[in-house]
Design a protein around this ligand. Structure first.
Ligand SMILES: *[C@@H]1O[C@H](CO)[C@@H](O)[C@H](O)[C@H]1NC(C)=O
Ligand SMILES: *[C@@H]1O[C@H](CO)[C@@H](O)[C@H](O)[C@H]1NC(C)=O
Ligand SMILES: *[C@@H]1O[C@H](CO)[C@@H](O)[C@H](O)[C@H]1NC(C)=O
Length: 490
């Protein structure tokens, strides 16, 4: 009896422990780190197994070890959002399996017990996997991709695809759901958990919802052919057949916002004549002594608002250091104070000053000619890593603050193969991330009012890991550097 109670207690404790909040989908780096932790964990399991010869573990361990033996750098694998989604789901399943079937036997190798407890990572929650699937659907919407396009490099099995379809269905994106169900049907095997019945059912329902009655009838008929004795399906089919016209439809939103078309690279005003007028030159920051001997390469990306790109302003080594400092401290990015939202999927951290961070701050001050001396004159350097389909929808950097963000200095710490551009929808400009470069613009007019043309967004990352660092420069402390204007025409 006592033992039984103890077991119950342990199980409860274990579950509470494993439900600890840890968000994975909003940072590809977090998924890569989890992969590393899985490898470490399995290594200890295998030592434990060698020591104690645990019967149940012995049979499954080789398979598990094999799934994580890939020598590929996990960060490299995470550049592909489909692979990231897949891996996240796989790790969730494996960790649940470990919790249920391996963990209970571990009393047999006591000497590893503490080590194993310490090594067990937080299990990705179903919400994580759903949010990752939702990221894939968003990529499809914005970049207009079919399931076949987005899975060209990494394909999904029937169960994984079915899950993406269900998430799309729950978001009322019935055409996307339908396409994923079809994809899943194509890949159904004897090992799939998803059944043909489930898929035909889902296909029929999603077709009905996006307004294609004949397609809905077709799949209901197929379902009935599969199981002619199923009365429920017969009733459903009759009901569909009696419908006179197509039901109300919620079609795919075919209208694109300026933001979306810019992200797709369809309109970039700079390909016009205006672009040719923009210049590229070396700058010494208006004669700054630190830049006299190492001038920065400066490129005008746009004139109104003035957007300047500085090339090679941070080295690969500095980027690595910034990433190393940030990795253990990343948490979900907010919009405004304390609010987490679907419009911003990334994780970030404000870095404390130290040697490298200070050097970079100094460089930003030299280049921009603005002061970074105190908390009043600039915010701490803000490092950010994007998640699956990670993006930041159109926004202004300046909110309604007393000490406003007068200017933004945005450093690209990685290249992004596809997607992830910084776009300015009001003026039609798209800036592609280029590792080691930075872009700079003023958010406020000289008279202190918000420059409405600085509305900008981070496009969803379609392929690649996006890392950026932001330096937001504040109004106070810039009085002598960027005097405010008395004229309201400036
Ligand atoms: C960053 O961290 C990795 C892994 O811990 C390490 O191998 C590398 O040397 C670090 N890089 C720098 C520049 O500190
Ligand atoms: C910078 O700070 C991080 C922790 O915040 C620390 O790990 C790192 O060693 C520091 N680097 C230097 C050069 O001080
Ligand atoms: C501030 O300057 C901008 C740009 O010249 C102008 O459009 C705006 O009307 C001015 N606002 C005020 C309140 O003076």
């Amino acid at each position: 009896m006592a033992i039984k109670e103890l077991t119950v207690f342990m199980v409860c404790f274990w579950i509470v422990y494993s439900v600890a909040e840890h968000e994975y989908f909003s940072s590809t780096d977090q998924i890569a780190q989890l992969y590393g932790k899985m490898k470490d964990l399995l290594k200890v399991f295998s030592q434990c197994n060698d020591a104690a010869n645990v019967e149940t573990t012995k049979s499954v361990l080789p398979n598990l070890l094999f799934s994580y033996s890939d020598s590929e750098n996990p960060e490299e694998a995470m550049r592909n959002p489909v692979a990231a989604y897949r891996l996240l789901g796989q790790m969730r399943n494996d960790l649940i399996f470990i919790e249920q079937h391996i963990q209970p036997n571990l009393y047999l190798c006591e000497e590893y017990h503490d080590e194993l407890d310490a090594k067990l990572p937080d299990i990705p929650q179903l919400e994580d996997v759903d949010a990752a699937a939702s990221g894939l659907i968003r990529l499809q919407e914005i970049y207009r991709l079919h399931p076949e396009d987005i899975t060209k490099e990494t394909s999904l099995n029937a169960d994984e695809a079915y899950h993406v379809g269900l998430v799309a269905y729950n978001e009322n994106k019935f055409q996307h759901a339908f396409l994923w169900f079809l994809y899943s049907l194509d890949r159904l095997t004897e090992y799939s958990t998803t059944t043909e019945e489930e898929l035909l059912h889902s296909l029929s329902f999603s077709a009905y919802h996006f307004g294609s009655l004949s397609v809905a009838i077709y799949f209901s008929q197929e379902l009935l052919n599969l199981d002619p004795s199923n009365d429920e399906v017969r009733v459903q089919l009759n009901w569909l057949l009696r419908l006179q016209s197509n039901p109300d439809i919620s079609t795919l939103n075919t209208e694109s916002s300026d933001y979306e078309t810019l992200c797709r690279g369809e309109v970039d005003e700079r390909t016009s004549k205006r672009q040719r007028a923009l210049s590229c030159r070396y700058s010494t920051g208006g004669g700054n002594p630190r830049l006299m001997y190492a001038p920065v390469k400066e490129e005008m990306e746009w004139d109104e608002p003035l957007i300047i790109r500085y090339h090679d302003i941070i080295s690969d080594r500095e980027i690595e250091i910034l990433k190393n400092i940030s990795i253990s401290q990343l948490s979900r990015s907010q919009i405004g104070k304390g609010t987490v939202s679907d419009i911003r999927t990334s994780q970030s951290v404000f870095l404390e000053e130290n040697y490298t961070v200070s050097r970079i701050n100094q460089r930003i001050a030299d280049i921009s000619g603005l002061s970074m001396e105190s908390e009043e004159s600039a915010e701490s350097l803000h490092v950010q890593n994007y998640g699956i389909g990670g993006r930041y929808e159109p926004h202004y950097d300046a909110w309604d603050n007393e000490n406003e963000r007068i200017a933004t200095f945005l450093i690209y710490m990685s290249d992004v193969e596809i997607g992830g551009a910084t776009v300015f929808p009001k003026v039609g400009v798209a800036l592609q991330p280029e590792k080691g470069s930075a872009v700079f613009w003023y958010n406020l007019h000289k008279n202190g009012t918000l420059d409405l043309k600085t509305l900008h967004a981070g496009c969803p990352v379609l392929m690649g890991n996006k890392w950026v660092a932001n330096k937001w420069i504040l109004e106070y402390g810039q009085v002598f550097r960027r005097p405010c204007s008395l004229s309201d025409r400036e």
